[in-house]
Design a binder for this molecule. Structure first.
Ligand SMILES: Cc1cc2nc3c(=O)[nH]c(=O)nc-3n(C[C@H](O)[C@H](O)[C@H](O)COP(=O)(O)OP(=O)(O)OC[C@H]3O[C@@H](n4cnc5c(N)ncnc54)[C@H](O)[C@@H]3O)c2cc1C
Ligand code: SF4
Length: 510
């Protein structure tokens, strides 16, 4: 029988409720999926990231087959194709579908290639809206057109109103759009105490097979797999959500910016990868959090802070990505050209904060937001690393890394490479910030209070050097003017000593 519809299903589209399946008929239609080396090698992917994608894909395919759906699945090692385009081209020839459909891909590169491949086969690719998200690229574009500046706060309020989340009529519940005054705490000298440990999902037989394949086909890739415990099915993702809402959401708000040695998870949800692979819908996550507040199980400050990340930031960065691609990846507003230090791939550095964050990243494929923004991201910004190299590193090493969310966070928020499309100022700070928010510095050979000299904290040295290098335009920005005023208080000798120390440090890490 002729194949009526072939639905292309990518590794981050594992959702049978997607709109692309609305007209799916088991007797005439089929799903197409492929594991290809290129998706693990176009950036040098962490083993846990590859494992998560492949395991979730195989679980999804098995589930579909179990319910009688035909799945044309290309498994790693069982075919010769290295790229999605080449595997698809061969299968279109073989299967000869009448129509080819795909949910709007999350990666511009993949989107273009799939379109070109289907066109070359004499067919047209139907791209279906991704209703996983609250917003759409088209609606975001309309919103953006009416704005002089694209700022999260305006967008987030519009989203709250439009979707009626944490609202009483037209007003935010609790009388305020945000509760930052109650949040952003550090743990203080006593530390966090006993933390609730997240629910783990030890590898089942299928995941163990994937792990063996990853070790076999990608042995030189970064990262370890012995601690792999990410949810790989929708059921596990729901359990992870429940566990987070019951045990960590109540304290999420106050401690969302805090850092602590040997505590990778703190009160974070660990749900980004499950959402990005579409094992879990953001609506379900947001509803669960809102209900926890309505039932008195979590305070409003935590619930609002958490919902802001998903309804606000997550949707906002996606809007920016599709608004600005493909030129977004070329941004280098600060004219930064240094190479990413080699220790980003090993964690071998004497800077304690970076060592902690990098080793944890290699162990789990995870670092929480402030580690990504204010440790690895901040250091690369201050050092002046070429943004594209920073982008490629972030896209490689985190289990939740998909380009629509990674690129705006890295290039916009963290590296200011877009010159302020995304953030109103660069997130630049000295080692004093790290000292205030964590206990990393007490385990470090450097002194966060020192600007120059052998034991000066490299973050602090590079921060004052960064201010000097960018003094002109930072003075013109009302949000960084104060930082430049502090720089102006330094005498010429101090400034020179900073420059000398910064140059020495740069040489040492290059
Ligand atoms: C340089 C840099 C790169 C990043 N790369 C990615 C990436 O590749 N993939 C990714 O999902 N997130 C990325 N983020 C955002 C954020 O750091 C992660 O979503 C978060 O750390 C994931 O951990 P969690 O699920 O425990 O999050 P939580 O702290 O529990 O937050 C809850 C959820 O909110 C969402 N969220 C929070 N912050 C952001 C944000 N800034 N942008 C978008 N969504 C957000 C995530 O879905 C997350 O699961 C990046 C941030 C930075 C600064
Ligand atoms: S002293 Fe500087 S390098 Fe060391 S942990 Fe603190 S911020 Fe990091």
């Amino acid at each position: 029988m002729a194949l009526r519809q072939l639905i292309l299903c990518l590794g981050d589209q594992l959702n049978r409720d997607a709109a692309v399946f609305d007209d799916f008929d088991k007797s005439t239609d089929a799903i197409w999926m492929a594991e290809v080396p290129e998706e693990a090698t176009h950036v040098w992917s962490h083993k846990a990231r590859i494992t998560l994608f492949l395991s979730a894909m195989r679980h999804f395919a098995d589930g579909q087959r179990g319910s009688g759906v035909t799945v044309h699945y290309r498994r790693l090692g069982e075919h010769e194709h290295t790229s999605l385009a080449s595997a698809l081209a061969a299968d279109l020839k073989r299967l000869r579908p009448e129509r080819v459909l795909v949910t709007h891909p999350g990666d511009y590169r993949v989107y273009r290639r799939l379109k070109a491949t289907v066109r070359a086969a004499g067919l047209r690719l139907t791209v279906v809206r991704d209703r996983h998200f609250f917003d759409s690229p088209e609606r975001f574009r309309v919103w953006a057109r009416s704005r002089k500046q694209l700022r999260l706060e305006n967008y987030y309020r519009a989203m709250r109103r439009h979707h009626g989340i944490l609202m009483t009529g037209d007003e935010p519940v609790g009388g305020s759009w945000n509760f930052d005054a109650d949040n952003r705490k550090s743990f203080g000298a006593d530390g966090p105490g006993l933390l609730p440990q997240p629910l783990r999902f030890p590898p089942d037989t299928l995941t163990r097979e994937v792990i063996a394949d990853v070790e076999r086909y990608f042995p030189q890739h970064p990262g370890r797999l012995d601690a792999f415990d990410w949810p790989v099915t929708p059921e596990q993702a729901r359990d992870a959500l429940e566990d987070f809402v019951s045990h960590r959401l109540p304290a999420f708000g106050p401690y969302q910016d805090a850092l602590w040695r040997d505590e990778p998870w703190l009160y974070h949800s660990r749900l980004s990868a499950a959402m990005n692979l579409k094992l879990l819908a953001p609506r379900v996550v947001v509803d669960a959090a809102e209900w926890a507040w309505r039932e008195g199980r979590a305070p409003l400050a935590s619930v609002e802070g958490f919902i802001r990340q998903i309804l606000g930031w997550r949707e906002f960065v996606r809007g920016i990505y599709w608004l600005r691609m493909p030129e977004y990846l070329d941004g280098n507003a600060l004219d930064a050209h240094a190479d990413l230090p080699a220790f980003y791939w090993t964690g071998d550095t004497d800077m304690a904060c970076l060592r902690q964050t990098l080793r944890q990243t290699l162990d789990y494929g995870y670092a929480h937001h402030i580690q990504r923004l204010m440790i690895t991201g901040l250091y690369a910004l201050l050092l002046g690393v070429e943004p594209r190299q920073v982008h490629q590193w972030y896209l490689a090493v985190y289990v939740d890394a998909v380009e629509w969310v990674e690129a705006p966070n890295t290039l916009g928020m963290s590296q200011f490479a877009d010159g302020g499309v995304f953030a109103s100022k660069p997130y630049c700070a000295s080692g004093r910030y790290v000292q205030r928010m964590s206990n990393y510095c007490s385990d470090c050979r450097y002194d966060p209070g020192k600007r120059s000299g052998d034991d000066a904290c490299p973050f602090t040295t590079l921060y004052w050097d960064f201010l000097q290098r960018h003094e002109g335009w930072l003075r013109d920005n009302p949000r960084t003017r104060m930082q430049v005023r502090n720089l102006e208080r330094l005498d010429a000798g101090t400034r020179e000593a900073v420059r000398v120390s910064a140059t020495r440090h740069r040489r040492m890490v290059s």
